[in-house]
Design a protein around this ligand. Structure first.
Ligand code: HEM
Length: 162
């Protein structure tokens, strides 16, 4: 196994595979509330970069739904974090934010989408990853679309599976 690049030491608690324990809850003013399960995988190859894959499924049918993958970088000597993200919906995004202890708060810094992306278009995303005192991980995602101000879309907790 390759040693973690020192630039990413502050994020070492993210590394590994996480599975939702309770199904996550999704909603938005314009959609029917839903439940989903999700696995997160964070890995590295010794570069000052974490690689990630998030795969979400319908809680009951297990049908694949939302998927994201990308890279995480930290500005050396600071608590600034950047996520470089591709989503299966046709969205690509850069989110930036700050790491405070074991809470990572991010917001959209740049966003682009395929020309035939489904409407309504997302205009802004914020998300918080928090390592809970009992060792579980929590993710909360809010978004603003063409028609709606920033509102929560997702909330989920995960346990480490490897
Ligand atoms: C709906 C964006 C992650 C499940 C939507 C809508 C948008 C959106 C724009 C349509 C809202 C409307 O019609 O007003 C995003 C973004 C995500 C994300 C930007 C990540 C940052 C997820 C995840 C799931 C999910 C992880 C888990 C399964 C759904 C479902 C709907 C929905 C079930 C309603 C039905 C549909 O439109 O397909 N999402 N979403 N989303 N999202 Fe997400």
């Amino acid at each position: 196994t390759v040693e973690l690049n020192p630039a990413l030491q502050p994020l070492d608690w993210l590394l590994g595979t996480w599975e939702s324990d309770e199904p996550g809850t999704g909603g938005f003013p314009t959609i029917k509330p839903f439940r989903y399960v999700e696995s997160l995988h964070f890995s590295h190859v010794g570069q000052p970069v974490i690689n990630f894959m998030f795969n979400a499924f319908h809680a009951e049918t297990k049908k694949p739904l939302h998927r994201e993958c990308g890279f995480i970088r930290m500005q050396p000597g600071t608590n600034r974090v950047a996520f470089i993200i591709a989503q299966n919906s046709g969205l690509v995004e850069i989110e930036e934010g700050e790491l405070k202890e074991q809470q990572l708060s991010l917001q959209t810094h740049a966003l682009a989408r395929i020309s035939f992306a489904k409407e309504p278009h997302v205009q802004q995303i914020t998300r918080v990853f928090q390592l809970l005192p009992d060792g579980r991980l929590e993710q909360t995602v809010s978004m603003a679309t063409d028609g709606q101000p920033l509102t929560q879309h997702l909330h989920i907790t995960y346990h480490r599976s490897s």
